[in-house]
Design a protein around this ligand. Structure first.
Ligand SMILES: *[C@@H]1O[C@H](CO)[C@@H](O)[C@H](O)[C@H]1NC(C)=O
Ligand SMILES: *[C@@H]1O[C@H](CO)[C@@H](O)[C@H](O)[C@H]1NC(C)=O
Ligand SMILES: *[C@@H]1O[C@H](CO)[C@@H](O)[C@H](O)[C@H]1NC(C)=O
Ligand SMILES: *[C@@H]1O[C@H](CO)[C@@H](O)[C@H](O)[C@H]1NC(C)=O
Ligand SMILES: *[C@@H]1O[C@H](CO)[C@@H](O)[C@H](O)[C@H]1NC(C)=O
Ligand SMILES: *[C@@H]1O[C@H](CO)[C@@H](O)[C@H](O)[C@H]1NC(C)=O
Ligand SMILES: *[C@@H]1O[C@H](CO)[C@@H](O)[C@H](O)[C@H]1NC(C)=O
Ligand SMILES: *[C@@H]1O[C@H](CO)[C@@H](O)[C@H](O)[C@H]1NC(C)=O
Ligand SMILES: *[C@@H]1O[C@H](CO)[C@@H](O)[C@H](O)[C@H]1NC(C)=O
Ligand SMILES: *[C@@H]1O[C@H](CO)[C@@H](O)[C@H](O)[C@H]1NC(C)=O
Ligand SMILES: *[C@@H]1O[C@H](CO)[C@@H](O)[C@H](O)[C@H]1NC(C)=O
Ligand SMILES: *[C@@H]1O[C@H](CO)[C@@H](O)[C@H](O)[C@H]1NC(C)=O
Ligand SMILES: [Cu+2]
Length: 522
């Protein structure tokens, strides 16, 4: 596994970090993550991190189709300069109604896990396969380092004839990095309304180590690229090579050959790279855009790159120039993606329009004039314990849409004039991207299904089913924007939730324990 961080450093965690502990019942995949403060220098600048098991990124969780993933999170955080509590989200993993309490979204489906406490997330993976990740969902805590990959392998992958190599070495995690703590950066954002501009040090800082991806000529590699950013956009390309997309956010796609892939925060793609060029070194470009670079002189997008190294090539930099990628190529257009198993998007029963507007000069984003504020009592607790059943049962600032079960919901995001697309992410479920921000075409016949899509200048329309009712968080995956209120909760089938969701005593204990914590341990 390699990670490509903001300015070109691809951190190389020990391969021993790849974990798959098998219980006697082979379908139970038990993983322990110790959430600990650790010293680290992912980009050459040493600081205290919040990590899973001491590494950045955290250990890759490896699962097999059909497993029940059982992840025990032990919160051992003790650095008072950062958040002490935590909560883990397994991004893109479907969560069924009966299991909604294991979904990990603080103040929506759970309360955070306090210091010196543990919680075990039980997640039956069902039929899902593909590329996922885990991260802290509490505030902007994942900016401090608590992020890692989660891969669900399919022993009978219908696309396995398209590639030869798919292992730890082909997992690529890209992310942004800051030198300061997320708590101080958040305070600065609240004071100025300016999203913290990342530091450039992460990765290949001047004089830093190179980050090679080793390939053998003639073989085909399934690179699983995960954008673990909290903010910035990278555009991936490899000089002289095509990339054939075969998966988006855990949904297999018909092969789509491009030479440049832009992916938003939270998005994942599997791309097949055929090592069909002469033995040599090639730049693996990942330039990024992440705020005004004059606000952070550490940044150098040109340095955001790795090396594709053929076996037999010298241990040296490519001789070609460091470019930002192809200028006249075939970039990925999301609207061109087709699921391998096509499904029409059913006609909607309910239409919702969401207008995203920033309050000028403030760290405040509004969805239909409401800036989301986490409640003290989580949405799911209100549903289960307080019989919440209508919009009026939630505070206006919870921006909670109460929806019927077994319905199709269409969400329209009108075009907005923000200079970057907001990656909207639905928890626990996928949506159909009926109209992608990348195109004017409306496709209800065979649209891509995924869990993160861009909302921007061209307008976006998605549809999702509430056949799997629950209070599902639906928010911008730029976590600074999420903290500033760019979020809603799509709460469907509340009677069904009360009938089916039967939380464990371990979950019931989380809120009383968290509420009793002093503020500096929350
Ligand atoms: C294995 O674990 C699964 C999921 O917890 C459970 O449904 C199944 O009954 C278990 N099988 C055996 C043989 O214990
Ligand atoms: C994390 O560390 C704990 C304690 O050393 C260990 O038991 C566990 O297997 C590790 N987890 C992973 C995923 O490597
Ligand atoms: C957590 O446990 C450690 C070791 O037992 C102890 O030193 C520390 O005070 C505890 N922290 C909290 C917040 O209880
Ligand atoms: C982090 O932020 C604090 C408070 O704003 C500031 O005093 C400190 O210099 C910053 N440290 C770094 C490494 O940027
Ligand atoms: C990751 O997401 C950020 C924010 O949406 C985006 O700016 C960046 O380009 C994305 N990275 C890649 C590799 O596309
Ligand atoms: C890239 O794909 C295009 C279109 O399919 C093809 O013409 C070209 O030969 C491919 N290039 C490489 C290096 O495989
Ligand atoms: C960024 O790095 C490139 C390659 O080392 C260098 O040529 C360029 O001057 C750097 N830019 C800045 C602004 O430091
Ligand atoms: C929802 O909007 C579509 C147009 O996209 C329209 O055809 C349909 O009648 C609307 N449905 C409802 C329930 O308003
Ligand atoms: C937002 O507020 C403005 C002014 O207060 C009002 O004109 C507009 O209709 C509101 N929009 C929504 C979607 O509620
Ligand atoms: C919800 O109700 C259950 C059963 O009465 C109780 O055990 C639990 O503490 C309540 N949870 C909260 C967060 O109030
Ligand atoms: C909850 O609301 C739904 C529809 O809004 C209604 O059918 C149902 O009877 C309500 N349940 C309760 C317990 O009031
Ligand atoms: C609603 O949210 C606001 C903002 O967080 C808070 O001040 C207010 O107390 C909340 N009201 C209720 C009834 O929870
Ligand atoms: Cu956003």
């Amino acid at each position: 596994m390699k990670s490509l961080a903001a300015s070109a450093l691809f951190a190389l965690p020990a391969l021993g970090a790849i974990v798959s502990t098998r219980a006697p019942n082979a379908s139970v995949n038990a993983v322990t993550l110790d959430v600990v403060n650790a010293q680290g220098s992912p980009d050459g600048f040493e600081r205290t991190l919040i990590t899973a098991n001491g590494t950045y990124p955290g250990p890759t969780i490896v699962a097999t189709k059909g497993d029940t993933l059982v992840v025990t999170v032990n919160n051992l955080l003790d650095d008072p300069s950062m958040r002490r509590s935590t909560s883990m989200d397994f991004d893109g993993v479907f969560v069924t109604t009966d299991n909604a309490f294991n979904e990990g979204s603080p103040f929506v489906t759970t309360c955070p896990v306090g210091p010196n406490a543990s919680y075990t997330y039980t997640l039956p993976l069902g039929e899902q396969t593909g590329t996922f990740w885990y991260h802290s969902q509490l505030s902007v805590q994942y900016v401090d380092g608590l992020r890692g990959a989660l891969i669900i392998y399919d022993p009978d992958d219908p696309q396995k004839d398209l590639y030869d190599v798919d292992d730890e070495s082909t997992i690529i995690q890209v992310g942004d990095w800051w030198h300061n703590t997320s708590t101080s950066l958040l305070a600065g954002y609240v004071a100025t309304g300016i999203v913290p501009v990342l530091d450039s040090g992460v990765g290949r800082f001047q004089g830093g180590p190179e980050v090679p991806f080793n390939v053998v000529q003639g073989k085909r590699y399934r690179f699983r690229i995960i954008n673990e950013s909290a903010r910035n956009v990278f555009t991936m390309s490899v000089d002289g090579h095509n990339l054939t997309i075969i998966e988006a956010d855990g949904v297999a796609t018909t092969p789509l050959t491009v030479d440049e892939v832009e992916m938003l925060a939270g998005q994942r793609y599997s791309v097949v790279l055929e090592a069909n060029q002469p033995v040599d070194n090639y730049w693996f470009n990942a330039p990024f855009v992440g705020g005004d670079p004059t606000r952070n002189l550490n940044q150098n997008a040109t340095l955001s790159r790795g090396i594709l190294r053929y076996q037999g090539a010298p241990d040296a930099d490519p001789t070609g120039p460091m470019t930002l990628g192809p200028t006249d190529g075939t970039p990925l257009v999301e609207a061109n993606l087709r699921p391998l198993v096509p499904e029409p998007a059913p006609e909607p029963d309910v239409n919702i329009t969401l207008n995203l507007v920033v309050t000028t000069g403030k760290a405040q984003w509004n969805v239909n004039n409401v800036s989301y504020v986490s409640p003290i009592v989580p949405t799911l607790v209100k549903i289960l314990n307080d019989s919440a059943n209508a919009t009026a049962d939630f505070n206006v600032t919870e921006n909670t849409f109460v929806l019927p079960a077994n319905a199709i919901i269409q969400v329209d995001f009108p075009p907005n004039d923000d200079d970057e697309a907001h990656p909207f992410h639905l928890h626990g479920n996928n949506f159909f991207v009926v109209k992608s921000n990348s195109s004017d075409v409306i496709n209800t016949a065979d649209p891509i299904r995924r869990d993160v899509t861009g909302v921007g200048a061209a307008g976006t329309t998605v549809r999702f089913s509430t056949a799997n009712p629950g209070p599902w968080f639906f928010h911008c995956h730029i976590f600074w924007h999420l903290q500033a209120g760019l979020a809603t909760v799509m709460a469907s089938g509340l009677d069904d939730v009360r009938a089916e969701t039967k939380p464990t005593p371990e979950w019931e204990a989380l809120c009383p324990a968290y509420d009793a914590l002093p503020a500096d341990q929350q």
